[in-house]
Design a protein. Structure first.
Length: 243
């Protein structure tokens, strides 16, 4: 489902309920107080549905699932889903591998994973991907960092496997005197700390932009116009091997 379709459905739900469910300001929490309440009810409804299906199932599931996720996903609702899944289906062995999106995608294509939850540019989505949600990309820095376009720009990069980094260095026009890698770190927590410290600029998705961060639009190549597709659930083409 596209971002516009999701936004339309949320707006219709807000019209029915007579309140805002999503805070649409950049850098703010994703849900309003009313949205958090509705989310709690939705989780309870899904839990009851899972409980009913589990209670009425005549053939309990068993086997193994090898799942690749990003660090971003381990701190999101995906962890809650996996926790509920393992409690409902204890006979299924779940093996989770945390890595950059490009690494997980490669492992999936090689058959080392059965499914992946990671990020891709919207234009790179495959027909059988299930997109959970989308977000935009922005150039971000601390207000304390003064930009000198006559010198190479200090760039914060997640690591060599990051497809944001690959786009910024190899697929987009370089700003001014180009970039120099100021810091490499695979952790989003480490990167947001580096931004706050004013160490450099970074290409960052909207959900991690904190209040007080500056969004840079001048002198930098515009980020990809197509939104980033967050956490497309991708299965490998071949049949998983079950013990």
């Amino acid at each position: 489902m596209s971002l516009s379709a999701v936004s339309h459905k949320i707006k219709r739900l807000e019209d029915v309920l007579g309140c805002d469910l999503v805070d649409r300001r950049t850098g703010q929490p994703r849900f309003t107080r009313e949205g958090e309440k509705l989310l709690c009810y939705a989780r309870r409804i899904l839990a009851l549905q899972d409980e009913a299906l589990h209670a009425l199932s005549t053939e309990p599931l068993s086997g193994r699932i090898r799942l690749g996720v990003t660090e971003d996903m381990t701190s999101s609702g995906v962890s809650c889903v996996l926790g509920r899944f393992t409690r409902l289906y204890p006979a299924i062995s779940v093996q989770i591998s945390v890595a950059q999106s490009g690494v997980s995608a490669g492992r999936l294509d090689r058959g080392a994973l059965d499914a992946g939850v990671f990020q891709v540019f919207a234009d790179d989505r495959r027909p059988d991907d299930v997109t959970l949600f989308e977000d935009s990309l922005n150039w971000v820095k601390s207000p304390e960092l003064a930009l000198d376009m006559g010198r190479p720009m200090p760039l914060l990069a997640f690591d060599v496997d990051c497809f944001y980094r690959d786009w910024a260095l190899h697929r987009a026009p370089l700003p001014g005197a180009g970039f120099r890698i100021m810091m490499e770190c695979a952790s989003i927590a480490g990167m947001t700390s580096a931004i706050r410290a004013g160490l450099g600029v970074i290409l960052l998705n909207g959900r991690h932009i904190e209040p007080g961060f500056d969004i840079v639009t001048d002198h930098f190549p515009p980020p990809p116009t197509s939104p980033v597709s967050f956490a497309p659930v991708r299965k490998r083409a071949m049949r998983p091997s079950w013990p």
